[in-house]
Design a protein around this ligand. Structure first.
Ligand code: ADP
Ligand code: ADP
Length: 229
């Protein structure tokens, strides 16, 4: 598993408007870092730079010690699984939706993946098993069910880096806790960045970054941040 490092990163979408301002932090291999902060602070932008949708104006992003500007785009993207807040699912079977994650795999592999024991905790709660059409007429998945499929679709690739961009923020607290608990069991030493806005989401992160106007306002464990008030 690779370490993720932001080294003195400055970035703006347009000239003259800085979104990330000399931002430095490290996510050690296999650990979980949560990023919190007010809306507009630049949290999602961090994810977009990591995925190289954009490049920093200054500074570097390193994955496994390598500047991602020098890593092949396809291998970088293969190494990172992203789960956004509102995942879009195809109006197709569960297996098909998971196949979207396991790109290039043949049907048998995908069917197998959809029955993968490791993913079961995520998908066994879906209505009516694997033959069920996710978007079948009359069958609507709840937000929580959709996010379970989205997470399964991402994890089936077994990405060494996982980026959760408010992946459970839109759900009620109980559903969120259930999904987070499952994710924790499926963690398997992945380097995880979890963008969040509820404190409950991040209580057991190894480290928490508080971002404000593109700068680190705080950096520490949950206990350390609480102690500071
Ligand atoms: P957060 O995730 O913390 O809410 P974002 O990283 O999404 O914040 O956005 C940070 C700032 O960048 C916001 O002011 C937002 O309006 C701006 N921004 C985001 N995406 C774009 C874009 N594609 N073009 C211009 N500005 C953008
Ligand atoms: P953003 O939230 O940055 O605007 P998109 O809306 O393009 O990103 O996509 C969010 C996620 O949803 C992507 O990671 C992708 O895996 C997934 N996705 C996008 N379009 C589809 C689709 N038609 N079917 C299934 N998943 C999709």
């Amino acid at each position: 598993t690779p370490t993720v490092v932001f080294d003195n990163v400055t970035f703006g979408y347009e000239p003259g408007r800085t979104i990330l301002d000399r931002l430095s932090f490290e996510v050690p291999a296999g650990s979980t870092t949560a990023i919190v902060g007010p809306s507009g602070a630049g949290k999602s932008t961090i994810g977009r730079l990591l995925f190289r949708f954009y490049d920093p104006t200054q500074g570097r992003v390193l994955v496994g010690g390598e500047d991602i500007a020098r890593v092949r785009q396809d291998s970088l993207r293969a190494a990172i699984g992203i789960v956004p807040q509102d995942s879009v699912l195809f109006n197709e079977s569960l297996a098909y939706n998971i196949a979207y994650g396991a790109e290039g795999a043949d049907e048998a592999v995908v069917e197998q993946a959809a029955r993968d024991a490791a993913l079961m905790p995520l998908i066994e709660r879906l209505p009516d098993g694997f033959g069920t059409m996710v978007g079948e007429r009359g069958l609507k998945l709840s937000g929580g069910e959709k996010q379970r499929v989205a997470i399964a679709r991402t994890l089936v690739k077994n990405p060494p880096i996982l980026l959760l961009d408010e992946a459970t923020s839109a759900l009620d607290t109980r559903t969120e806790q259930e999904i987070l608990g499952t994710l924790k069991r499926l963690e398997e030493g992945r380097t995880t960045i979890a963008i969040a806005h509820r404190l409950s989401t991040i209580a057991d992160a190894d480290n928490i970054l508080v971002l404000d106007h593109g700068r680190l306002a705080e950096n520490g464990t949950h206990a350390a941040l609480l102690a500071k008030g």
